[in-house]
Design a protein around this ligand. Structure first.
Ligand code: FE2
Length: 531
């Protein structure tokens, strides 16, 4: 063997050896099991994300490559990045697309660890002269409840961007909420216990990212996400949650919240701000759209009012209930978020102002459904009593914070801006006109159905059409609702109008991305709804 050749071979060996620890020249030292994702697109930048699964612990080098060609024949950007167990082997890079890509038509990206490539992702930034934009709206994706077929369907829908309005994942254990079919579907929660600590939140995020529909949508379309309660735990507010034991058995609430936030930022393609608790942020899409993503969940929210606490032996204490409910110090957004909204809206001249947020803004009361039951289940009896009293149906939503809602409405009225509110959380589809206390129409609300979480008619054994009809009649703001379907909503926004399409999927119990039916409405520039 010639000396030069020997040096070559031994140095190759050295590279091979060190690489098996650091960069993994050995095939299959790494895999990209959780796909790729992109998020928070602006006119200049977009976050690119992946997660590498290494066979050995230690720092991993991952190379990001960007190309405007799907076959990567010409690479316009290449960057060495590093990850480790400290960030659960996730990779996030805020790519300055406007510097490296010629147009806003979109680009392709992939990651490489050792010899292994990730799937190829597709993403884009917004152009300043965007004339129209198509946005998908999602909420409440519950892995054990069914397949994320709504994501898979949306991946084929030519969306420019998708929004997730919260409950991107759920904290419950096997045997808990919406898990009755999980075993049969092979979708039992991982870990099997309720997520409380950092390792739990990480494992659960990892499981959700394995769903085929989720992978497909993340790969094809950038996401703009905000969290709701289940990214933490049920009915969270700024200092606690319904599903967090205050007896110490689940540890400190703030430690749990920090763990949830850390895992969220690791696993979601979201741009980080100075404070990780702050996720409200804005996006401008040409002169067409000003999108403000809000946090109604954990930033400024005061504790929910519990109506059952007002039920006494001598009946329901209405005076105290309404006194507490209408307390002007009760916050949902909180003062700093409210003034941020005011500032942001003041500065922007876009055709449409849209709030992407978690919970229903529409004023909503349930019709008396006691006749729907042959026998009223015991656990529902107190709620039926409250419905009969005519109380708002969901005090975890804006209805539980009427003064903060009015504050927002007043600001928008003063600025002479009507708005569209996008909401999730209810698992059902809604379309409403929103009015302030003195009867001014302030905007429209589009409530998107859940991806898989069970809806109203899964709980209430009632004729769907009769129920839908009676709830629309009961509530003057409500224009239309759907009580029985899962899916997603798309909105196509141009200066002239917004075309809103509620897409209902065929099934969540087997992998199938067909749309069963859809319902379409047009929202005109004067905020009139046309069916
Ligand atoms: Fe939900």
């Amino acid at each position: 063997m010639k000396r030069r050749q020997a040096i070559k071979i031994s140095s190759l060996g050295a590279i091979g050896f060190s690489a098996s620890i650091n960069t993994g020249c050995v095939n299959n030292a790494f895999s990209f099991d959780h796909g790729v994702a992109s998020g928070d697109p602006t006119e200049e930048r977009v976050i690119l994300w992946t997660r590498v699964t290494p066979k050995k612990v230690g720092t991993v080098q991952v190379v990001l490559e960007v190309s405007e060609k799907e076959n990567f024949s010409e690479i316009v950007f290449k960057k060495k990045l590093h990850t480790s167990s400290l960030i659960d082997y996730t990779i996030k890079y805020d790519f300055e697309a406007s510097k490296y890509c010629k147009s806003h038509q979109g680009f392709f990206y992939r990651f490489k660890a050792g010899n292994v490539f990730s799937e190829v992702g597709k993403s884009k930034t917004f152009s300043a002269d965007t004339k129209s934009v198509k946005i998908g709206i999602f909420s409440c994706s519950n892995f054990p409840a069914g397949y994320f077929n709504a994501y898979a369907a949306a991946a084929k829908d030519n969306l420019d961007v998708w929004l997730h309005l919260g409950d991107y994942l759920y904290e419950y254990p096997m045997g808990g909420y919406a898990t009755s079919i999980a075993e049969k579907l092979g979708r039992t929660p991982v870990p099997p216990h309720e997520m409380i600590r950092l390792a739990d939140y990480r494992q659960r995020h990892a499981q959700y990212k394995l769903d085929a529909g989720s992978k497909e949508l993340h790969k094809n379309t950038p996401l703009i996400a905000v969290w709701d309660d289940h990214e933490f735990t049920n009915d969270a507010w700024k200092r606690g949650a319904e599903n967090h034991s205050m007896d110490g058995s689940e540890g400190d609430f703030f430690a749990r919240r920090s763990a949830a936030i850390k895992a969220y930022f690791e696993w979601m393609p979201i741009r980080e701000q100075d404070s990780k608790r702050k996720i409200f942020r804005e996006f401008k899409i040409g002169s067409v759209l000003h999108l403000l993503m809000l946090d109604t969940r954990q930033y400024g929210r005061d504790k929910q009012i519990q109506p059952l606490e007002y039920l006494t032996n001598s009946g329901f204490n209405q005076a105290k209930f309404y006194n507490d409910l209408n307390d002007s110090n009760r916050n949902l957004l909180g003062p700093s978020q409210i003034s941020w909204i005011e500032n942001a809206v003041t500065k922007t001249k876009s055709e449409w102002t849209i709030f992407g947020q978690q919970v229903l803004m529409t004023k909503l009361k349930f019709p008396d459904i006691s006749n729907a039951f042959k026998k009223i289940p015991d656990e529902l009896k107190p709620y039926i009593q409250l419905i009969k009293l005519g109380l708002p149906s969901n005090l975890d939503a804006w209805d539980g914070y009427p003064k903060d809602r009015e504050r927002l409405y007043k600001i928008m009225q003063r600025l002479d801006k009507k708005f569209i509110s996008l909401a999730g959380d209810t698992h059902n589809a809604w379309l409403s006109e929103l009015y302030d206390e003195i009867g001014n129409k302030v905007g429209i609300e589009i409530g998107t159905p859940s991806v898989t979480s069970p809806g109203l008619t899964d709980y209430i054994p009632i004729d769907v059409e009769i129920f839908e009809d009676s709830i629309v009649k009961k509530n003057s703001e409500l224009f239309w609702m759907d009580a029985s379907n899962r899916g997603f909503t798309s909105i196509e926004i141009s200066k002239k109008q917004i075309v809103t399409k509620y897409n209902f999927i065929k099934t969540i119990y087997e992998k199938n991305s067909s749309i069963k039916e859809f319902k379409e409405f047009k929202i005109a520039k004067n905020y009139e709804i046309e069916a």
